[in-house]
Ligand binder design. Structure first.
Ligand code: ATP
Length: 449
């Protein structure tokens, strides 16, 4: 086996996702809606896996974190208190020549609308306006009356839904600092320049956890969470050389943050934020206490009151999805054939195994394959494929990252064994058909620890 291709490009990933039904442009029959995507079957399965692996690490396997699912549309005063109405903005410039809009702080990443395309501002023909602040929140109207009092926002982050429930959770879930509240759900940002496939979209699924700690312990917990989150990305199989931590300097940090570090991934567009870990101090609980009149504080058993400080790891499924596909994508020569293979971690792979009758019209093979498939699908996402030559069926599974294929062949009819083919090494071994279920359970367990 030898690698054939240079490092993967975003276009290659986009085309694989489309070809294999992971992700397609949304509203396509109406000409699309810039940088909006719909997930097909394998995309949904992959996203489900990412979400449940996050939930397992952040909630299920811990004593100190509980889950929450808050509303997407909150009382608009939440966003005044949090500072989003006044300050959740990006600087925007218009080009009077090509009529496009750009983020003033990311001009070096943008291309202008003329041919040949240039960096905005690169030539004197680019006629850019002065930057002005553009609020990224999507506005909507709640109820039948359409006036200022009915204006509300689609949440631009899930975190605020957590802060406003601090008191409920602390009391009802009987938690005391240090403890965390985790939430997964859609967030919406009217990004000025969405793009680079799913990397920057206007509608995305965030996975955020707010960890409430005694103020004196905040720095120690910040370091702890940065380390945990980096370890989690590695555990999904992202390669060490493609991950790094970048600390924000003072000028770059949000107004509420006393420390922020990004876990960055080397995407085809360069090093970019995969996940942010921030020390938000007592900013959010203090703001909501002031604006709502409800005290969001902690009283310890000795009667001492304090406002907990908050450490926040925040990431979107979309950015993980793109990083995992880029990391896993390989083109290689096997024998005299080229193959594309997604070397996804088995826990992330949308389909765990394929069950393939070598000769589908042979009743003995067809029946055994179908029975095996029906047994396995009760426990795992598996696929039965009996169309086309066996080589083509293997290649289809390689492209969607299926770690193992079980083939029912002539020998199965003689001794009730099947071949198991390993996606990465291409090694094949024989197993009793009755032992396949246990073999697959063990293989998935092995790759999980
Ligand atoms: P960026 O600087 O890239 O715009 P940000 O610093 O504004 O990101 P945060 O507000 O820290 O991002 O959001 C937390 C996480 O949510 C990010 O680390 C990223 O994983 C994800 N995220 C933010 N904006 C988007 C988006 N438009 N599309 C997809 N994921 C996003």
């Amino acid at each position: 086996m030898s690698e054939t291709a240079p490092p993967v490009t975003m276009d290659t990933i986009v085309s694989l996702c489309r070809r294999r039904g992971f992700v397609f442009p949304s509203s396509e029959i109406y000409g699309g809606l810039g940088s909006t995507y719909d997930y097909g079957h394998y995309g949904v399965l992959t996203k489900n896996n990412i979400r449940s692996l996050w939930f397992r690490a952040m909630v299920q396997e811990r004593d100190d974190i509980v889950a929450l699912d808050s509303a997407i549309i909150l009382n608009p005063r939440v966003w005044e208190a949090s500072g989003h109405v006044a300050g959740f903005t990006d600087p925007l410039v218009d080009c009077r020549t090509c009529k496009l809009r750009f983020r003033a702080d990311q001009l070096e990443l943008a291309r202008c609308g003329r041919k040949p395309s240039k960096r905005p501002g690169e030539t004197p023909d680019c006629d850019l306006t002065e930057p002005r602040q553009f609020n990224l929140m999507f506005e909507t109207q709640v109820g039948a009356l359409q006036d200022e009092s009915s204006t509300a926002f689609l949440r631009p982050e899930t975190a605020q839904g957590i802060f406003i429930n601090f008191k409920n959770v602390a009391q009802l879930a009987r938690r005391k600092p240090p403890f965390g509240i985790a939430q997964v759900g859609k967030s919406f940002r009217n990004e000025i320049t969405p793009g680079n496939f799913l990397f920057r979209v206007r509608e995305f699924e965030q996975m955020e956890m707010e960890f409430f700690v005694p103020p004196a312990d905040a720095t120690q917990w910040f370091d702890y969470w940065l380390d945990q989150r980096l370890g989690w990305h590695r555990s999904l199989g992202l390669r060490e050389i493609n991950l790094r931590v970048r600390e924000h300097d003072e000028g770059e940090r949000s107004h509420y943050s006393s420390a922020t570090s990004d876990i960055e991934y080397l995407y085809p567009i360069g090093w970019q934020e995969l996940e942010g870990v921030a020390n938000r101090g007592d900013y959010d609980l203090t703001q909501h206490t002031q604006h709502s009149g409800t005290k969001l504080e902690w009283i310890d058993p000795d009667g001492n009151r304090y406002t907990p400080h908050v450490i926040e790891p925040a990431v979107s499924i979309e950015r993980i999805f793109v990083a995992l596909l880029c990391d896993a994508y390989h083109e290689e020569i096997v024998g005299d054939r080229e193959r594309v293979v997604l070397r996804l971690h088995p826990q992330v792979a949308p389909v765990k195994a394929a069950i393939l009758p070598l000769v589908p019209r042979d009743d003995g093979m067809a029946t055994r394959a179908r029975t095996l498939y029906e047994e396995l699908r009760r426990h795992h996402v598996v696929e039965h494929d009996d169309s086309g030559q066996i080589g083509r069926r293997y290649r289809r599974q390689d492209e969607i990252g299926t770690p193992w294929a079980f083939t029912v062949d002539d020998q199965t009819l003689e001794d009730e064994t099947v071949t198991v083919r390993d996606r990465d090494s291409l090694a094949q071994e024989r197993l009793p058909i009755g032992g396949v279920r246990e073999w697959l359970d063990d293989a998935l367990q092995r790759d999980c620890s």
